[in-house]
Design a protein around this ligand. Structure first.
Ligand SMILES: Nc1ncnc2c1ncn2[C@@H]1O[C@H](COP(=O)(O)OP(=O)(O)O)[C@@H](O)[C@H]1O
Ligand SMILES: [Mg+2]
Length: 286
C-alpha cells in the first residue's frame, strides 16, 4: 500500500536573500513497507520525524532523496496526485481545522462532491461513513456542538466518504479527553477490521499501539525499532532510551515479574494480566 525507499527529507531554512541558513534532516534513510489491510502504528517522541514522514504518504511533501510509492504510484508523479490524495486520506491532530461544513452530513459529503461523485451516491456514502464511525445520529447536527472526539470522528467519516484504501492519522487523539480517544481508536480499528482499510496511526499514547499488526518506532528521523507490539514492548529499557514508555499494565506486569511472579515476558492489556494472575492462583491451588 505504501513503500518508501531510502527516503530522506531535509527542511531548508533560508534568509531574506535566499541563502541557506540551516538544514534539518527530519527523515534520514527510511525504508518502510506497509501492506494492504495492515494496521500500522508509528511511535516516537516529539520531533522524531513522524509528521514529516506522514506528509510524504499523500504527497504533501516530496522526498529530498529516495522514493515514496502509494499503491504503486510514485508520489512525485504529478499525473497521480489526485489519485494518491484520494487513496491515502489524512487526519490531523486538530479536528477544528478539518471541518468546514455547517452541518455534519454536509461536511462529510464535501469530499465526494469535490470528486464529482453523483448526488445520490454522495448521500449513500455520507450515511455509510457516518455509520462506520458511529456518528449517524448526529448527521443533522452542527459540528460546533460536538465534542472533540465526535468532531474527529466526523473528519474521519469525511475521509472515508472518499473511499480511500488507506487512512493516515497523525496523532488524531492528542487533543481529546480519554473517552474521545477511546471512541476514535475504536473507529479506527473498525475501519481496519470491518472495512479492510489500511490504517497508519501515529501516536505517542502507548495504549493505542497494542492493537497494531506492526509498530515502527522513530528517533531522529530513523526507524529505530520495528515489530509486533509484543516484540516492541518487551524492550522496556530500549524504549526508555528513546524517551518512550510502555503501557502502564505492561510496566506493572514487568515489575511483578522482576519481583518473582511467573508472568509472561510481555503483558499488553488488563484482561491479559487478570488471566495470568488467575492462572497463577489456580496453579498454586488457592
Ligand atoms: N516546517 C518546518 N520547518 C523546519 N523544520 C521543521 C518543520 N517541521 C518540522 N521540522 C523539524 O523536523 C523535525 C521532525 O519534525 P516532525 O516531523 O514534526 O516530528 P514529530 O511529528 O515526530 O514531532 C524536527 O526537528 C522539527 O523541528
Ligand atoms: Mg507530529
Amino acid at each position: 500500500m505504501i513503500r518508501t525507499e531510502n527516503l530522506v527529507f531535509e527542511y531548508i531554512r533560508r534568509d531574506e536573500e535566499g541563502n541557506v541558513e540551516g538544514i534539518t534532516r527530519a527523515i534520514d534513510e527510511v525504508d518502510l513497507d506497509v501492506k494492504p489491510g495492515q494496521f500500522i502504528a508509528i511511535l516516537g517522541h516529539n520531533g522524531s520525524g513522524k509528521s514529516t514522514l506522514a506528509k510524504h504518504f499523500n504527497a504533501l511533501l516530496y522526498p529530498t532523496e529516495g522514493e515514496v510509492y502509494v499503491d504503486g504510484m510514485n508520489t512525485e508523479d504529478d499525473d497521480h496526485l489526485w489519485d494518491i490524495r484520494q487513496e491515502a486520506g489524512m487526519i490531523f491532530q486538530n479536528p477544528d481545522n478539518q471541518i468546514i461544513g455547517q452541518v455534519v452530513e454536509e461536511d462529510v459529503g464535501f469530499g465526494p462532491e469535490n470528486m464529482g461523485v453523483p448526488t445520490e451516491e454522495i448521500w449513500e456514502r455520507v450515511e455509510e461513513s457516518l455509520k462506520a464511525v458511529n456518528m449517524l445520529s448526529f448527521r443533522k447536527s452542527s459540528p460546533n456542538h460536538l465534542s472533540g472526539g465526535q468532531k474527529q470522528r466526523v473528519s474521519i467519516a469525511g475521509v472515508i466518504a472518499m473511499h480511500p484504501k488507506c487512512i493516515i492519522m497523525d496523532e488524531p487523539t492528542a487533543m481529546l479527553d480519554p473517552n474521545g480517544r477511546k471512541d476514535v481508536i475504536r473507529a479506527a480499528r473498525a475501519l481496519n477490521s470491518v472495512e479492510g482499510i489500511t490504517v497508519i496511526l501515529i501516536t505517542h499514547y502507548m495504549e493505542e499501539v497494542i492493537y497494531a499488526d506492526k509498530v515502527f518506532v522513530m528517533d531522529k528521523g530513523h526507524i529505530e525499532m520495528q515489530g509486533t507490539p509484543r516484540e516492541i514492548f518487551a524492550q522496556v529499557d530500549r524504549l526508555k532510551e528513546l524517551k518512550l514508555g510502555v503501557p502502564q499494565v505492561t510496566l506493572l506486569a514487568h515489575e511483578l515479574k522482576k519481583s518473582g511472579l511467573d508472568l509472561p515476558e510481555v503483558v499488553l492489556s488488563r484482561e491479559e494480566l487478570v488471566q495470568e494472575l488467575i492462572r497463577l492462583r489456580d496453579r498454586n491451588g488457592k
